[in-house]
Each structure stands twice: as C-alpha cells, then as structure tokens.
Design a protein around this ligand. Structure first.
Ligand code: ADP
Ligand code: MG
Length: 258
C-alpha cells in the first residue's frame, strides 16, 4: 500500500518529537540529517543513529534521577578517596566491586568495619556512586532512620510491603549499623530486613563495632548471632583499622607514604 509522502518542515518535526517525548532526537536530528544528506547514508542508518541518541539520553537521565534518589553523600567518590590511607583495603578489589556484576547479581553483602573517622561512610558512598553510574539503583541511609521507618510500617501492619518497596534498590547501604544499643523491636525489623534481602538484594553496612561486639548492640547473644549469621553468609569484609582521617590531617600525617 503506497502512501502519499507529505512535506514536513523542521518545526513540524520538532513538535512531533516533543509530543513523542524524544528530547535527544529533537536536539540532534538536524546535525545527523545534514550528515546523512551529505554522506548519502542509507535511511536505516539515519534511523539507527537517531535511536541510539535517544537511548543514550534516556540512560543519562535515568542515572541522574538515580543519583538524586540514592541520597549518597555528595563528593564522596572513588576519585576523592585516598586508598593509601587504608593500605589493608585492596584498591583493586574495591574497583572491581564498584562495577557491580557478580556480588550485586547474587545479592551478596559488604561490611566496612573500623573506628570513627576512617572513611567508612566515604568509601561506602564511593562504591555506591560508582554502582549508580553503572546503572544500578542504590539507597544510602542511616540505619537508625530506616529502622524507625520500618518500625512504623510494622505498627501499621505493612512491613512486608515496605520491605518489598526497598527491593528496587540493588544495594541498600546501612550507615552506622551497629551503633548505640538497639532494643528488641528495632532488632526485629533489622533481622526482617536482612532476611528479606538474603541472596536476592545486596546490603552494605558500615560499623564501628566488629561482629564480635554486636552482642553489646543487640538485646541478647542469640539475636546478635542471628544477625551476624544471616548477614555474613555471603559477605565481603573490609577492616579499616587505621587512625581517624581528621586526626591524621591535623597532625600532618596524611601525606605519609605518598
Ligand atoms: P567514618 O564513616 O569511618 O566515621 P567518614 O567516611 O565520615 O568516616 O570520614 C571522615 C572524613 O574524612 C570525611 O570527610 C571523609 O571524606 C574523610 N576521609 C576519610 N578517609 C578518607 C580517605 N581515605 N581519603 C579521603 N578522604 C577521607
Ligand atoms: Mg560514618
């Protein structure tokens, strides 16, 4: 069936692309069309180039949205993290994990241990940001805050749906996981969270206290062991036992070894 070819001008094309919500093609079609005319591209080539632009634009916009949604601390990236200050952490391993793949696909976990100020939150955000840049969805949250939210959900009998909503995040970063003392109700939602994501979606925690001291945080030994067991079954651990970054800076030791 033949169809009469209507004559379109640039403004018609722009308005159709706007209506279709193809902003990237709207931006670039003139340049590509000109090149296509002057180089004599087959029509399919022009269509492919335009489609590629739109897909790239969409990916970029999705990543920008995911960065905002992630609540990662701004500026805490791999570029600004000085690996020399934590020699026990393998930069190569961190770089590999920052690409995602296997550990994210299998819902494995990561724990960053060390005293205050050694860069746990910075490194957690840096890995998280790289994952977002590679197309994953990440949420960074203080553990106390998410515990409160989940407790409210539990009181409203909607804990299951609150946990399901978090499934959209390939990685949930729980900052200051073992902090202060958590009562029985708080621990119960944390255990639910760990159990819900087990072997499905990854968790990363930062903690000033190693597993061996979780008994001080959890109401009893059984709960502490249960949390460690579920979390650590498929987990990588980075022990960052160095002096606080700020203390090093103020004593002028940060350049040591450079
Ligand atoms: P923690 O979470 O272990 O208490 P933070 O990540 O909050 O420590 O680090 C404290 C401050 O020191 C932050 O401003 C962080 O950016 C900085 N910092 C810590 N370690 C490093 C590092 N190795 N390279 C660059 N900055 C660091
Ligand atoms: Mg911290």
């Amino acid at each position: 069936m033949s169809r009469t070819v209507k004559k379109f001008d640039s403004a018609d094309i722009d308005s159709m692309l706007t209506e279709l919500r193809f902003p990237a093609i709207r931006e670039s079609w003139r340049i590509h069309a000109e090149r296509s005319d002057s180089e004599g591209w087959p029509a399919a080539q022009l269509i492919a180039v335009l489609a590629e632009d739109e897909l790239a634009g969409r990916k970029e916009r999705r990543i920008s949205r995911n960065i905002v949604e992630s609540e990662l601390l701004p500026g805490k990236t791999l570029d600004t993290f000085d690996f020399k200050l934590v020699p026990m952490v393998s930069k190569a391993q961190v770089m590999a994990m920052s690409l995602g793949d296997d550990w994210i696909r299998t819902g494995s976990n990561l724990a960053l241990f060390g005293p205050p100020g050694v860069g746990k939150s910075h490194l957690a955000c840096a890995i998280g940001r790289s994952l977002v840049d590679h197309g994953y969805r990440v949420l960074f949250v203080r553990t106390t805050k998410i515990v409160q939210k989940l407790q409210l959900a539990m009181q409203g009998l909607s804990l299951e749906s609150a946990l399901r909503k978090l499934d959209k995040y390939h990685l949930l970063i729980l900052d200051d996981f073992a902090y202060g003392h958590r009562d029985r109700d708080e621990c119960s939602v944390l255990l639910e969270l760990i159990g819900y994501r087990y072997e499905n979606r990854s968790l990363m925690i930062t903690s000033n206290k190693p597993y061996s001291s979780w008994e001080e945080v959890f109401p009893d030994k059984t709960t502490a062991l249960s949390a460690v067991d579920r979390f650590d079954h498929h987990a990588t651990r980075f022990e960052m036992n160095v002096e606080s970054y700020r203390r090093r800076k103020s004593s002028g030791k940060s350049d040591a070894g450079k």
